[in-house]
Design a protein around this ligand. Structure first.
Ligand code: ATP
Ligand code: MG
Length: 195
């Protein structure tokens, strides 16, 4: 039997409750059998800053998702290494889940970038795309190909990884923005501190 697999890519530096709420909501609405979180490979840098090493981002994603029986984490992008392109992610997962239906879950900001920069026709051979609302970003559907992209309103969680990193740097609490185990891991490894 063909299964319905959600794919949630991200830098996850760190993963936060906005990611988890969006994935959970889409899992429910689209009746997905599983949602696979895929932390990106190690890019040289992302908008001018150094991204935390892949193994730390991978472990934080595992800690955040471990208690949910329908959430899992894939290493495909990390093991491929370098900059991550969505088409490579989907090609690899398509191979790993043969015969299953893939649903790529992405926030409004990321969806816009993916559809501008990628060979959209090839992307759509691998997956259906689900764009979720994200506070501060408007979902603009006027140039979306019909049938291959669904837009979904999810409960707005005004959280970003950037804001969480800045809070750690300023020694402000991140409890309840990020799962407890991940908060402890960040503290244990001294991630995002100024020095
Ligand atoms: P950064 O601030 O470092 O860019 P981020 O919070 O945007 O981090 P990413 O790892 O870049 O997190 O995002 C992974 C995916 O999750 C993207 O598709 C993004 O649009 C989506 N996303 C991020 N935050 C939210 C949120 N609060 N609500 C819904 N979707 C989100
Ligand atoms: Mg982002």
């Amino acid at each position: 039997m063909s299964r319905r697999i959600g794919v949630m890519g991200g830098t996850f530096d760190p993963i936060h409750n906005g990611h988890l709420v969006a994935a959970s909501e889409v899992q429910h609405r689209f009746d997905l059998d599983e949602v696979v979180f895929v932390p990106t490979g190690q890019p040289w840098q992302k908008t001018g800053r150094t991204v935390t090493r892949a193994e730390d981002r991978y472990l934080m994603t595992v800690i955040a998702t471990a208690s949910n029986p329908v959430f899992s984490v894939s290493r495909v992008d990390i093991d491929r290494g370098g900059e991550t392109y969505t088409v490579d992610t989907l090609r690899d997962l398509h191979r790993e889940y043969p015969g299953d239906e893939l649903f790529f879950i992405t926030g409004a900001d990321a969806l816009e970038q993916i559809l501008t920069w990628h060979n959209v026709d090839e992307l759509f051979t691998y997956a259906h795309f689900i764009g979720v609302t994200r506070p501060g970003y408007r979902l603009n559907d006027h140039h979306l190909p019909t049938g291959k992209v669904s837009l979904v309103e999810v409960t707005a969680m005004a959280i970003s990884s950037t804001a969480c990193r800045e809070r750690v740097e300023r020694e402000e609490p991140i409890w309840y923005l990020i799962p407890d185990g991940v908060v402890r891991y960040i503290d244990k490894r001294g991630l995002y501190r100024k020095d």
